[in-house]
Design a protein around this ligand. Structure first.
Ligand code: GDP
Length: 451
């Protein structure tokens, strides 16, 4: 996400770091670099112009601060301006006083609306809501089916116009406005507190699509209209967003496919140009690849200052309190941390999602981009396979794992004996560290072998 923009900006700042004092010429040179980096990242020209002017003005007027060197001061200003163009404060769904809260999704075909419907429903459900998905995309032949699949995965019901897909619901096929209206009525009568309406998209903006979306909006008076946009569409983002703003109007933006090689321009332009906040980000195809969009955290990520808060939140979500308590008690009582414990921890980490994505949220990771790019997700699976090929006794007491056992484990897990040796060595190191930490009184997570 924003890799090349991030690299460009951080290298610009690196050049500044060697300077004791910044002249106006230094600042202008830096701003030229920033402007070029933003344009190359497909940020809309008008947004870049304003951004550069604001940074320049603030950098020239910046007070000499004892706490920050000149380069840090520029980073701070750029960070503040990035937060501002990304929309300032994070905003989540505004719930209606009288349920159901109606959320309508709009956007081009392929933007990721259906996928998002599932993610949003899943997220709301985990927070105690009872969402109903409504399939009002009757344009794409398979859209209703796709939404049903997504709904099932998210564990929420779907209201669909085809009998047999959704069960007993039978409504007129072919009229998305009627489907949307009946969907909302159904939600009300069955006491769902949120309705998410998936609407049709086209490959390009067209009048008929816009009219249909506006008709649905008029029929259901949604509390939120979320404009879903693929972050990879580059310069077209602004035009598309403007067209939807004029045609349907929306209350918030959702950026999808931020996991791709997106240059990020859409993210950095759409909020500014439309004056609507980016509310959510979608970062992959899995249900859990979904985040509330925090402008400040995103700016930190772009400037390689890390996004530790998001990382912590994801850890909390994946965290199993019972397991953690058991582990802490075990460590506190002086018992050894075993490979069996390690396996449990690894599974929890995997629940947090891609290891690469998590590592990328750590500060300073931009400079380790190559290592990060080379990070092999399968390494985690390999370690897991090795531990699974051990007997319970071996997991509890790895010291008994002699040469022939190592060969057996390697064979069982499809790796080389040297891989088994390496894991055992690293584990023994981690175990030693745990013992020391325990002596020092502090518990905590052991270092992950291999990192
Ligand atoms: P819709 O036409 O707007 O409903 O778009 P879909 O939800 O069908 O998504 C189009 C394609 O993009 C599908 O193949 C999705 O799996 C994929 N997709 C959606 N969101 C994301 C995302 O955040 N990251 C990635 N990599 N793919 C996504």
């Amino acid at each position: 996400m924003f890799t090349s923009l991030s690299d460009r900006l951080t290298s610009t700042f690196k050049n500044l770091r060697t300077k004791g004092r910044l002249s106006e010429a230094d600042i202008d040179a830096t701003i030229r670099e920033i402007r070029r980096a933003l344009l190359d990242a497909d940020v809309a020209v008008a947004v870049v112009r304003e951004f550069a002017a604001n940074v320049r003005e603030r950098a020239l007027g910046a007070e000499v601060s004892g706490a920050l060197n000149p380069a840090e001061q520029v980073v701070k200003i750029v960070n503040a301006e990035l937060v501002a163009i990304l929309g300032g404060e994070a905003r989540t769904v505004r719930f209606a006083k009288n349920p159901p809260t109606v959320i309508m999704l709009a956007g081009l075909q392929g933007a990721g609306k259906t996928t998002l419907a599932g993610k949003l429903a899943h997220d709301l459900r985990s927070k105690g809501h009872t969402p109903l998905l409504v399939a009002a995309d009757l344009q794409r032949p398979n859209a209703v089916n796709q939404l049903s699949v997504v709904a099932e995965r998210a564990g929420v019901p779907v209201f669909a116009p085809h009998p047999g897909v959704a069960g007993e619901d039978e409504v007129p096929t072919g009229d998305p406005v009627a489907v949307a209206r009946d969907g909302v009525d159904t939600a009300r009568s069955r006491e769902h507190d949120v309705v998410i309406i998936d609407t049709a998209g086209r490959l390009g903006v067209d009048a008929e699509l816009m009219q249909q979306a506006a008709d649905i909006r008029d029929a259901v008076t949604p509390d939120e209209v979320l404009f879903v946009i693929d972050a990879m569409i580059g310069q077209d983002a602004v035009l598309t967003a403007q067209a939807f703003l004029d045609g349907v109007d929306f209350t918030g933006v959702v950026l999808t496919k931020l996991d791709g090689d997106a240059r990020g321009g859409a993210a950095l332009s759409v909020a500014k140009v439309t004056g609507r906040p980016i509310m959510f980000a979608s970062t992959g195809e899995k249900l859990t690849d979904f985040e509330v969009f925090h402008p400040d955290r995103m700016a930190s990520r772009i400037l390689d200052m890390g996004d530790v808060l998001t990382l912590i939140e994801q850890a909390e979500r994946a965290f199993d309190a019972d397991e953690a308590e058991k582990m802490a008690a075990k460590v506190a009582s002086g018992q050894d941390f075993t490979l069996a414990d390690f396996l449990v921890q690894m599974q929890q980490m995997k629940k947090m999602g891609s290891m690469k994505k998590m590592l990328g949220m750590l500060p300073g990771m931009g400079q380790m981009r190559e290592a990060l790019d080379n990070f092999d997700e399968r390494e985690v699976d390999r370690i897991e396979a090795i531990i699974r090929s051990m007997t319970p006794g071996e997991r509890e007491n790895p010291r008994i794992i002699n040469g022939s056992r190592r060969a057996r484990i390697a064979k069982g897990s499809g790796v080389r004996t040297s891989d088994v040796n390496q894991l055992l060595e690293r584990f023994s190191g981690a175990q030693k560290m745990m013992r020391q930490m325990n002596k020092g009184g502090g518990g905590g997570m052991p270092a992950m072998p291999g990192m």
